[in-house]
Ligand binder design. Structure first.
Ligand code: ATP
Ligand code: MG
Length: 242
């Protein structure tokens, strides 16, 4: 999914969370959003999700201005977005398996296809032994992986991940990153991920958009050709070591 911000500002009373932000993220890109706490990273993701309305400017998903269109079009686009936020947003009185199945049901996946889709993602995130537990019975890392499984299950065109490794140990952090990079390269899923983890940013050769005081400070494209190979080898070695 293609994501475009055109002169977007977002104010909360006297707080200017974002000031005249413009960028384009092309379909199939993997982009890190970085910057100090309070810079405006989560606000950008919430604007994409239609959770916040811009004070001014325009946001386009696959060319559609999401704040000009009818709710039904926005809902349709929204169903193609997988979200991994820190508050997980899992339903407390449903098991992990039921949470994932519900997300698929809401997205209109036929009932006959749901068990196989649930099975696939549960195994992808290595949560088979926890599938019948409720969110309150899981550790922070297991919850994070459950949220990832639910996001992957709907096979989205765009994944928004807000500090997804924040509660994970190094091993699970790299597992999550490997899953996201695989999904990006195999399915062409666009990924926008905020992180404070410099180790992860430096190990992957990806575009980095740095936000500071509500504005884009730098926007660096991945380094091309040979360096890519070097970085990939480093990343693979790192994964092996973990
Ligand atoms: N709903 C809201 N109401 C009022 N102010 C808000 C709201 N959401 C965000 N802000 C303000 O907007 C600014 C940017 O917040 P945002 O959550 O986007 O930062 P961030 O870059 O994600 O920071 P962090 O790295 O700590 O997650 C902050 O000053 C914050 O207080
Ligand atoms: Mg944030």
């Amino acid at each position: 999914m293609n994501v475009v911000f055109k002169n977007v500002s977002k104010h909360f009373g006297v707080i200017n969370a974002l000031n005249d932000v413009s960028f384009e993220i092309k379909s199939g890109d993997f982009v890190f959003l970085v910057g100090p706490s309070g810079a405006g990273k989560s606000s950008i993701l919430k604007l994409v999700l239609h959770q916040y309305h811009p004070s001014s400017g325009h946001i386009y998903l696959d060319g559609e201005d999401i704040f000009l269109h009818h709710k039904s079009i926005v809902d349709k686009l929204r169903r193609n977005i997988g979200v991994i936020f820190q508050d997980y947003q899992l339903i407390a009185d449903k098991t992990i398996e039921e949470n994932i199945a519900l997300a698929l049901d809401i997205n209109g996946v036929p009932a006959s296809e749901i068990p196989a889709r649930v099975e696939k993602v549960i195994n992808q995130v290595n949560l088979n032994s926890r599938r019948h537990l409720f969110p309150s019975q899981l550790s922070g890392g297991e919850l994070q992986r459950s949220a990832l499984a639910r996001a992957l299950a709907v096979e989205p065109k765009l994944i928004l991940a807000d500090e997804p490794t924040g509660n994970l140990d190094p091993e699970n952090s790299w597992m999550l990153i490997k899953l996201l990079t695989d999904i990006n390269s195999q399915n062409g899923t666009t990924i926008i991920m905020t992180t404070h983890n410099m180790d992860i940013i430096q190990s992957l050769n990806k575009r980095i958009i740095a936000v500071k005081n509500g504005a884009i400070a730098t926007d660096s494209q991945p380094v091309v050709v040979d360096i890519v190979k070097v970085e990939k080898t480093k990343f693979k070695k790192k994964l092996k070591r973990k």
